[in-house]
Every structure is written in C-alpha cells, then in structure tokens.
Design a protein around this ligand. Structure first.
Ligand SMILES: Cc1cc2nc3c(=O)[nH]c(=O)nc-3n(C[C@H](O)[C@H](O)[C@H](O)COP(=O)(O)O)c2cc1C
Length: 227
C-alpha cells in the first residue's frame, strides 16, 4: 500500500468509538500520539490548547459529579458557544441523522428516553476509555485559535487511528466548565473545550457499529470564475 492509500485508509477507518476494551494504553504511546497531533499547523505557530489526562480518584470523582450535575439538570454558563441556537433546519437534519445512527446501532427506540439518557451519561464517564483527556484553551484566545486546536484534535484522532487506537471527542463535557476546573484545579484562565476518550475499541460493542454519512462535495464546494 502506498502512502496515499494507507492515509486514505486511516481517514476512512477513523470513526467515533464509544466502547473500549479494558486494556491500558502505554504512556509512551499516548505521548507519541500527542506529539504527532502537535504537528498540526497553527496561525503564527501559536500551538494553542492543552491536553490533560485525568486519572484515578480525580477521574472517578469528576465523572460522578458530572453525572449528578446532568441528572439534576444543573445549568452552567459554557466557556464558548458551539451550536447555533436555534439550529437551522439543514444542520438539524444532520444532527438528527447522527443521533439516529447512534441509537439505531444500540437498538434504542426514538421514544426510549431512559435508554437515550443512559447512553448520554456515558459521555461523562469518557465511555470507560482507558485514557480520559480534557482539552483546554487559554481564555484570551480568539476563534482562529479554536480552529488551530481543532486541527490538532483531528491530528490526534488520526495519529491514534494509525497506531491501532480509537477516539471519541466529547463536547458534552463543555456544559460543565466550572465543575471540571474545580476537579482539575484549574483557574478561570483555562477554558474547557471538550473531552476525548482514547483507547482500544471494543469490536463486539453494538455502539461501535455506528456509522455516519457526509454530504456530497457539491453541497459545500463550488468553483467561481473561468478555469
Ligand atoms: C468536537 C466534537 C465533539 C463531540 N462531542 C460528542 C459527544 O459529546 N458525545 C458523543 O457521543 N459524540 C460526540 N462527538 C462525535 C460526533 O458525534 C461524531 O464525530 C460525528 O457524528 C461523526 O461521526 P464519526 O466521528 O463516527 O465520523 C463529537 C465530535 C466532535 C468533533
């Protein structure tokens, strides 16, 4: 397989994994994947953002508090806005299609609120992945730096995939930035961007059969002017 073929394969094979085998990830491998992620370009090479591996009792206590906060519908001001409110119908359709793919893989019916909530809670446990990362960014950085960090996040996902690991970004974490800062002893200069679950995919888990589609190139690409 040549370079283009193997890279294309990594791109196609990466997908969000929401169930993991209970096998530890060697620390050196995690560091290698993070270093590869940091090869991402960034404006003026600022390399914004940080990754925090959350382990042991800190992870257990933080996850427990996140679940409680969510169950009690506690509201926190988010550090940054993600989704448009209201969501335009064209985007809503994509959001609904990704949720449908997830719940169909799990065999959870649309009206099964309990089943959907149980799956949602798993976000706050980092899907029991052996590696739980919290991604932060400086409070004074602009939208461009979020774009830079996003490139590093995709670099992380692809590097992980190429090394036999899987990932899932967890935007749900961004709903509770103060709670997370408290558990990680961070001050308000760190904004909470998302969580990342990382580890070896459980191939038997139904949830990992979830696959999403992409829009056609013609929907987001056009040519203007003479060729
Ligand atoms: C920044 C970001 C945040 C995400 N947050 C969540 C999340 O909170 N929970 C979840 O189950 N999936 C989450 N996802 C996964 C998306 O649902 C997934 O990437 C999308 O449906 C496309 O599917 P794929 O990753 O399998 O290709 C997130 C993805 C990204 C990039």
């Amino acid at each position: 397989m040549n370079t283009a073929e193997s890279f294309t394969r990594v791109l196609h094979e990466r997908h969000s994994v929401r169930a993991y085998r209970p096998i530890p990830v060697p620390p050196a491998l995690l560091e290698e994947v993070l270093a590869l992620a940091r090869l991402a370009p960034s404006g003026a090479n600022l390399q914004p953002g940080s990754f925090i591996a959350v382990q042991g009792e800190v992870r257990r206590a933080m996850s427990a508090d996140l679940v409680q906060a969510w169950r009690h519908q506690q509201q926190e001001a988010e550090d940054y806005s993600y989704f448009p409110d209201p969501m335009p119908m064209a985007l809503k359709r994509r959001q609904m299609a990704s949720a449908k793919a997830l719940y169909e893989a799990l065999g959870i019916a649309r009206e099964d609120r309990v089943g959907r909530d149980a799956q949602f809670e798993r976000n706050f446990h980092f899907f029991e992945a052996p590696v739980a990362l919290v991604v932060t960014i400086g409070h004074d950085l602009g939208s461009g730096c979020y774009m830079d960090l996003g490139m590093a996040l995709y670099g992380l996902m692809l590097a992980a995939q190429a090394h036999g690991l899987s990932t899932c970004a967890i935007g749900a974490m961004a709903s509770y930035p103060s709670l997370i800062r408290r558990h990680l002893s961070l001050d308000s200069t760190s904004k909470i961007v998302c969580g990342i679950a990382l580890g070896y995919a459980d191939p038997e888990a139904a949830v990992n059969q979830t696959r999403t589609a992409r829009t056609e190139v013609g929907e987001y690409f056009k040519t203007v002017g003479e060729g």
